[in-house]
Design a protein around this ligand. Sequence first.
Ligand SMILES: [Zn+2]
Length: 281
Amino acid sequence: MKRKGKIKIHRIIILIVALLLLLFGVKMLIEGIVNKNENPPAEEPSGSEPVKEPDEEITGPSDTQENTLDEPETPGEEPKGEDTPEDIVIVENPEAIDVLVNRTYNLPDTYVPGDLVKLTDVPTVLSNPEVNQMRSVAYEALKQLFTAAKDEASYDLYARSGYRSYNTQVSLYSSYVTNHGQAAADTFSAKPGQSEHQTGLVMDITCEAMNFQLDDTFGDTDEGKWVSENAHRFGFIVRYPKGKEDITGYMYEPWHLRYLGVELATEVYESGLTLEEYFEQ
Ligand SMILES: [Zn+2]
């Protein structure tokens, strides 16, 4: 009897252990399945949404409406896939005279040139004080360019839009999105941080024959032709040449002059390349 009782107890213990093991196994199995289901979402990068930032100048040539800020330029179409966060590089040398700024290489949102000056000695078009500024070295060169145009060819050039802050770009882009929708805005506008105007090294110029506006017919005017052939002598290049939209990311903008210094501007001009191509070679 005693022996039988012992055996019974053994069996019961074994049974209990077996049940516990079974329960444990089932528990592990369930947890394994649950984890599998939960993991994928947990691994997804948070904030993978492409950051849509406002852009730059321009409105379609037709809607000059609101901006007293600056003019409509016609920024080019966005290169495909170039605005995802992974493709954007924040430049580390925003104050460099030869800094490359485009839809890939962006300026820090906090960058403001330290040596902006007011355009006091050249004819301007807009009343907004912000755009009537440039970095001092570029402004000195602009004065020389305008003086030479007058002395050598009797042309009167006008400064229309120079420095533009990051926040101004944000406002412009927002208004374009509000008025035209984001998809449309993205086809004609650059995003904040991607506008060369934030460098303070740029001036959009025009003339009386253009009624002081900006559009690509400036390239056909006598003034525009003279500028395209002579700007480099004073340190400027026509930054967005015709037919190079796929490389620069912008439509032809014969009015948009970028200061690089005489040496570099002359080299880029003589190479016949865009700034992007010149730096890549
Ligand atoms: Zn411009």
